[in-house]
Design a protein around this ligand. Structure first.
Ligand code: SF4
Length: 213
């Protein structure tokens, strides 16, 4: 049984009661540097990203600085995080494109953001939401797992389908908060390996939880 719109919204409200301060764990900066942080956060923790970005952003203050940077030097600032070679390439390329096509200013549409190197749909959604307050429901690994376990979306849904269904079921003013709450829920309550089902306030509506306890 799938959760309907009302139940999905209620579940996200319950998550908000447990995690009222759920928000991005990445250090908030200006849109340009925040976008770079989101690119760096792919398949690594926000904590690891926050450790490397102060020195990186001090060295490269503007898109022009990074557009002219050497790959090796950028790598030296981010080598403690996963996929650093690819990410260094993305940071430079993305900055070059930003300078060439957007006058160095981070665009405010998903389409334009996704035209930049290293910026996929999730990164674009996070930038729109966090930097410009534009409603988006970014789907990462936690959001995806939690939505499937709770039956908010079909178990075989891909990321785009999950995003579309959540945006249909949840009122727009809850999209950004819902994204953060589901991430916190996935990190601290409904973890990939050992979800805390027996003490979960959503157990009565959760098909996965009921099959586990
Ligand atoms: Fe996750 Fe278990 Fe809670 Fe369901 S009951 S949301 S699987 S922790």
């Amino acid at each position: 049984m799938m959760l309907n719109s009302e139940e999905t919204t209620r579940a996200i409200e319950v998550m908000g009661e447990m995690f009222p301060n759920a928000t991005t764990s990445l250090t908030k900066t200006d849109p340009y540097h925040f976008m770079l942080s989101v690119i760096l956060s792919a398949q690594t923790t926000d904590k690891a990203v926050n450790l490397v970005t102060p020195a990186l952003f001090e060295r490269y203050k503007t898109p022009v600085d990074l557009a002219n940077a050497s790959q090796a030097e950028v790598e030296s600032y981010i080598k403690t995080i996963g996929l650093y070679r690819n990410k260094a390439r993305f940071l430079i390329k993305c900055s070059q494109e930003l300078v060439e096509r957007f006058n160095g200013v981070v665009p405010k549409t998903r389409k334009e953001l996704m035209s930049l190197s290293g910026v996929g749909r999730k990164t674009a959604d996070v930038v729109l939401a966090e930097c410009f307050g534009i409603p988006a429901f970014a789907v990462d690994t936690h959001v995806s797992r939690v939505a499937k376990r709770l039956g908010m979306v079909p178990a075989d849904s891909d990321v785009l389908t999950i995003e579309k269904i959540l945006m249909q079921k949840v009122p727009q003013d809850l999209w950004i908060k819902g994204h953060h709450r589901m991430i916190f829920w996935g990190r601290y309550q409904c973890m990939a390996r050992n979800p805390k089902c027996s003490s979960c306030p959503l157990l009565d509506i959760c098909p996965e939880g009921r099959s586990r306890v």
